[in-house]
Design a protein around this ligand. Structure first.
Ligand code: ZN
Length: 143
């Protein structure tokens, strides 16, 4: 059973990237919808960043443990974010981390709504960088 309370381990990356991961967690934790994503070095779920060759900005890869617990790896692609963000690197990076944590909260890409959503691929990545009203309602609906 997925839950909106879970831990995530940070890989050994720069303090700047770690602060962006913190922002991604904080934007959900402070959304007032009962989400608690903690930083936990002893958990299986992990977030990392690097210069990956793929065209993607962020990747969310979930799997289930033998006990049925859902865990995940999130990867943030510094290379593509730097290439596409037009000087708004930090904004895009934090928004991408927040988007990927949205997947960990069971939100899918490109929801069937015309309302603003952090999960739309077509979102403005300079401004839609935290959970929207729609995203919060979805988390409350799911959990
Ligand atoms: Zn996505």
């Amino acid at each position: 059973m997925p839950t909106r309370t879970f831990g995530v381990r940070y890989s050994d990356v720069s303090s700047t990237w770690k602060s962006y991961f913190d922002a991604g967690r904080s934007r959900w934790n402070s959304a007032g919808i009962g989400v608690d994503i903690s930083k936990n070095p002893d958990t299986s779920s992990k977030i990392t960043a690097g210069e990956y060759s793929g065209s993607w900005l962020g990747l969310y890869a979930p799997w289930e443990t033998s006990t049925g617990k859902r865990v995940f790896t999130i990867r943030i692609n510094s290379r593509t974010i730097a290439a596409h963000s037009g000087g708004n690197y930090g904004t895009w990076f934090m928004g991408t981390a927040t988007h990927e944590f949205g997947h960990a909260l069971s939100l899918d890409d490109d929801p069937r709504t015309t309302r603003p959503s952090l999960m739309h691929h077509s979102r403005d990545r300079n401004t839609v960088v935290r959970p929207t009203a729609y995203d919060k309602e979805e988390v409350l609906r799911i959990y």
